[in-house]
Design a protein around this ligand. Sequence first.
Ligand code: GLY
Length: 259
Amino acid sequence: MFEGAFGEAGAEVVIEEFLPGREISFFALCDGETAIPLASAQDHKRVFDHDVGPNTGGMGAYSPTPLVTPAIHDAIMAKIILPTVAGMKQRGTPFRGILYAGIMLTTQGPKLFEFNVRFGDPECQVLMLRMMSDIVPALLAACDGQLRNFDLRWHKESALTVVMAAQGYPGDYQKGTRIEGLDDAAKVDNVEIFHAGTVAKDGAILANGGRVLNVCALGKTVTEAQARAYQAVDRIRWPEGFCRRDIGWQAVEAEKAKG
Ligand code: GLY
């Protein structure tokens, strides 16, 4: 680095604490004064099954994650989210909007390693499936500093999304390939398909990006949501696309172990 591999950016190196543990995403809505929790989720960043291959924007997610127990949820709010909102206000830069905390669950408790000020992709898709309330009044209350007594309601079910990407992603990939079977896939119970990188042309749906579709499902368990999502994926005819086949594996294993 000091020899110029990263140009000017390599002139200074920051050494950070190594955080061994399990990574989760946690979302809160802030109004400048306070914050209300949205939900936890778990992303799958690596491109291939068993978490191997290059990093991507996210190949699938589920929410909530059983790793975030009620005690961990409370600790994240009390030790990370609310102090951040209070600190931003104290500095004279109150924050209103979505706070997305990247958190490592370590043996010493949850530790923050990054904040984004946006929803996650594909975490947003699973949050929206679980959100029973209308999001617009919540966003308006955040703008107006009125979240203190705001109550958001959530479906109890788990939501899971499988990202379908163009072959080659996250490297080079082809655009313009034809995707069929979407209507049939959307007929699977409790399935919703969000388009991320498609274009409609002459009555056909064509791929128009790297991450192209989010095939989402709700289920009583992550195992059920996963089965529904893959049932829908299997109805989609897109030879130039691919997806991971193990989204949700950690929760599915935990559910199996619980019996
Ligand atoms: N899925 C990770 C992100 O949105 O940054």
